[in-house]
Design a protein around this ligand. Structure first.
Ligand code: C2O
Length: 539
């Protein structure tokens, strides 16, 4: 592959949305930030220069970072932050990957405005496994807050309760016309009858799974998280924060405008979801007359609690599984893990209620270290983490049953789960009903995993495991654990390093719904992680 150079200047920029202006942190002054283009097997060098007063890191979400964990980006996991006035060159190779991914800040809540698309094209001359679209369009979904986003999380942290939701969703940075700001224009996609468009849809929102819908058109899903899928027709796409979905849109109409909607999917909200649905339009060319806009066909977005729409979408996804793109789901498992993911309540003397909401995996609320775990591992610094993360919940209980029966308090620690190089792993992610059952889009750094099964209620190893799909399960890097249910994933630990696993709802990550895998059993040459780059930031 070739070498591509990018420069990301982290700068404040006054930006107007919902008819008001505020300074936001951006890359190169853009919201969303610039698209990073590469081809499969290219090497990418991104020089990040920090011109703002916050510490910054950037994560290349879904890029495997084979042996280059130093370039992964989560603050205090693989690197110390880039401090104000400092810079760092992220240097990685996109080995054996092609498709749509995203990059985003991975510290505090900066990714609210510091995010953008990664488009990895196939190797030159290698076609898509579907008819070549006439045009490709990046569609980044996000959120907009009228107030300062860091202030929102600080207030939530102080109160020990949930944060306010954003004020609006955005499509390529634009909410579109809203009741309080009807004059604002939304994103417009101009199409021509008979042509096919590939939309590279990315959910960069902080805290909401989203429904994406185009009135009057079916969408054909062909890829999720930069892995091809069996083509799958749907009128609504479900996309969780951190996920990407490529869809084909055939322009089969002759004229008119068609409303695109982006709305929340949350079946059991713990705070009211009152942010505005983002809208865009698909416009057929040649119909714009001087006498005004052509007619608009709108369709209602699914209700916020449309669980069946969400489940139907997720269950429809399958790996392509052809000779060129086989599905390498591990058939046998070396580590069989059960991770409960959910909320808890811990005492908090300084909080108004005397308690704070926390989140945990297997009852462990992850404590962020003050030096990077990968450095501590590589240089053998003791006292930073322990490698005793529990592979099973501390006790068996009715995970999705009434909260009264559960231990709501969690323990706190910086615990890692150690895996040997190339071992196979199964993790059943089990939602809990402590405080409330909620959906958790869980993201694993450093790997793709196979979603071999999913269900409602408590995972039953006898009944459920026999139904796993070990032929063509969807392969991805982020998966929604259904509300009050479970999802089983499998992966091969073929990438040495320290790899974060966390809920991609930023609120839940902040509360501690995170842990990390340490891949290194000290046995053999394949263990070797490349040495850290010279400009790796220090803490
Ligand atoms: Cu896109 Cu650790 O996240």
């Amino acid at each position: 592959g070739m070498v591509r150079h990018y420069k990301f200047n982290i700068v404040q920029k006054n930006t107007t949305r919902l008819c008001s202006t505020k300074p936001i942190v951006t890359v190169n002054g853009k919201f969303p930030g610039p698209t990073l283009y590469a081809r499969e097997d290219d090497t990418v060098l991104v020089k990040v220069v920090n011109h703002v007063q916050y510490n910054v890191t950037i994560h290349w979400h879904g890029i495997r970072q084979l042996r280059t964990g130093w370039a992964d980006g989560p603050a205090y996991i693989t690197q110390c932050p880039i401090q104000p006035g400092q810079n760092y060159v992220y240097n990685f190779t996109v080995t054996g990957q092609r498709g749509t991914l995203l990059w985003h800040a991975h510290i505090l809540w900066l990714r609210a405005t510091v995010h953008g698309a990664i488009v990895v094209l196939p190797k030159r001359g290698v076609p898509y496994p579907f008819p070549t679209p006439h045009r490709e369009v990046v569609v980044v979904l996000g959120e907009w807050w009228k107030s300062d986003v860091e202030a929102v999380i600080n207030a939530a942290t102080k109160s020990g309760r949930a944060s306010n939701v954003s004020d609006a969703h955005t499509i390529n940075g634009l909410p579109g016309p809203t009741p309080t700001c009807p004059s604002e224009e939304g994103f417009k996609l101009k199409v021509e009858k008979g042509k096919t468009y590939m939309l590279r849809v990315i959910n960069a929102a902080l805290n909401e799974e989203l429904f994406f819908k185009v009135a009057g058109h079916q969408l054909t899903v062909v890829e999720v998280d930069a892995v091809y899928t069996k083509p799958f027709n749907t009128d609504t796409v479900l996309i969780a924060p951190g996920q990407t979905t490529n869809v084909l849109l055939s322009a089969e109409r002759t004229s008119g405008r068609y409303l695109v909607t982006v709305s929340t999917f949350m079946d059991t909200p713990i705070v009211p979801i009152d942010n505005v649905t983002a809208t865009a339009t698909v416009n057929y060319g040649g119909t714009l007359s001087s006498g005004g806009a052509p007619p608009l066909l709108a369709s209602k977005p699914p209700p916020q609690n449309a669980t069946s729409v969400a489940t139907g979408f997720m269950n429809g996804l399958r790996s392509l599984n052809t000779r060129a793109f086989p599905c390498n789901v591990p058939q046998a498992v070396d580590h069989s893990l059960l991770f409960t993911v959910g909320l808890g309540v811990n005492p908090c003397a300084a909080c108004p209620n005397g308690s704070r909401v926390v989140a945990a995996v297997n009852n462990v609320t992850f404590a962020m270290p003050t030096v990077a775990l990968l450095q501590a591992h590589f240089f053998n610094v003791s006292g930073v983490f322990t490698a005793d993360f529990p592979g099973q919940p501390p006790a068996r209980y009715n995970y999705t049953g009434p909260p009264a029966s559960m231990n709501m308090q969690t323990t706190t620690g910086t615990k890692l789960y150690r895996l040997g190089y190339n071992e196979t792993v199964q993790v059943v992610l089990q939602d809990t009903g402590i405080i409330a059952t909620e959906s958790h889009p869980v993201h694993l750094h450093g790997f793709n995993f196979f979603v071999v099964g999913s269900g409602i209620g408590n995972f039953d190893p006898k009944k459920d495991a026999v139904k796993f799909n070990l032929v063509d399960p969807a392969e991805r890097n982020t998966v929604g654990v259904p509300t009050g249910g479970w999802t089983a994933i499998r992966f091969r630990a073929d990438n040495p390093g320290v790899w974060f696993l966390h809920c991609h709802l930023e609120l839940h990550t902040t509360w501690g719904l995170k842990m990390a895998f340490l891949v290194d059993d000290g046995k053999g040459p394949n263990q070797s992680l490349l040495p850290p780059p010279k400009d790796l930031p220090a803490c």
